[in-house]
Design a protein around this ligand. Structure first.
Ligand code: NAD
Length: 248
């Protein structure tokens, strides 16, 4: 599986799944533009062959438009940024809901609107371009306790993905969604640490994974590379579950 001659942009690449994906895509031969709202986190990628970093807050429409104008046309876009709101519908304030919709869905719409014209130009020349949107097993795939805003917004990501796939299927632009299980990342560690009983919280996260362990970021990155590569050239509009069997 190669990403040779492809230029990809990844959002939320400062840590966690985004950072691991940036490294994996670069190792597979891509030129990666790794972006994150947090410039300090991006410094960990300084000097990695094939990776260039840019600060980007995906909730800032002006910054998205400016970055798209400043970059060459892309072959691939991985919209990875997202936030987990913890709580039932009864705990959900309007501002929490607005924040989740804005970061998890609206930012992706804006990224796609800004970068798809260039992806289509590349697809016309090379015969292939790909968008990958970060969803979750917690979405239209499956309901989880205390994940109202998260599940609803990640379900919207899957709907957005299928709509984009349908609109551009004849123009060599593919669009898929990635639906991970529970992945050991800094944000998950933060959710565990902020639980009333962190030891029990970690056990509960592991208990919902039938394989008896959390995913590592390295469990996910081969699928990220695949879905951005021409190896997946006949796959579009799919919600691809990498969940260790949760949704069997
Ligand atoms: P993480 O907290 O480890 O990393 C998130 C990154 O997003 C950070 O570097 C942060 O600076 C960046 N970020 C936050 N707000 C941003 C913004 N406005 N603009 C740009 N970057 C921003 O998170 P993670 O666990 O790797 O999650 C990444 C994605 O994967 C999210 O969309 C999340 O919903 C999804 N996901 C995670 C899991 C999991 O169990 N960790 C499971 C399924 C899906």
């Amino acid at each position: 599986m190669t990403l040779n001659d492809k230029t990809l942009l990844i959002t939320a690449a400062g840590q966690g799944i985004g950072a691991a994906s940036a490294r994996a895509c670069a190792a597979a031969g891509a030129e990666v533009i790794a972006t994150d709202v947090n410039g300090d986190l991006l410094t960990a990628l300084d000097g990695v062959s094939g990776i260039e970093t840019r600060v980007l807050d995906v909730t800032d429409p002006t910054a998205i438009t400016a970055l798209a104008a400043d970059l060459p046309d892309l072959d691939g876009l991985f919209n990875c940024a997202g936030v987990v709101h913890h709580g039932t519908v009864l705990d959900l304030t309007d501002s929490d809901w607005d924040f989740a919709v804005n970061l998890n869905v609206t930012s992706m719409v804006r990224m796609c609107r800004a970068f798809i014209p260039g992806l289509l130009r590349r697809a016309q020349t090379t015969g292939s371009a790909a968008v990958l949107n970060m969803a979750s097993m917690a979405s239209s795939e499956k309901g989880f306790v205390n994940r109202t805003a998260y599940g609803a917004t990640k379900a919207a990501v899957i709907g957005l993905t299928k709509a984009i796939a349908a609109d551009f299927v004849t123009q060599n632009l593919r669009c898929n969604a990635l639906c991970p299980g529970t992945v050991d990342t800094p944000s998950l560690r933060g959710r565990i640490a902020s639980a009333p009983d962190p030891v029990q919280a970690e056990k509960d996260f592991i208990a919902r994974q039938p394989m008896g362990r959390l995913a590592t970021v390295d469990d996910l990155t081969p699928t990220v590379v695949h879905l951005l590569s021409d190896g997946s050239r006949f796959i579009t509009g799919q919600a691809v579950l990498v969940d260790g069997g949760v949704t069997i």
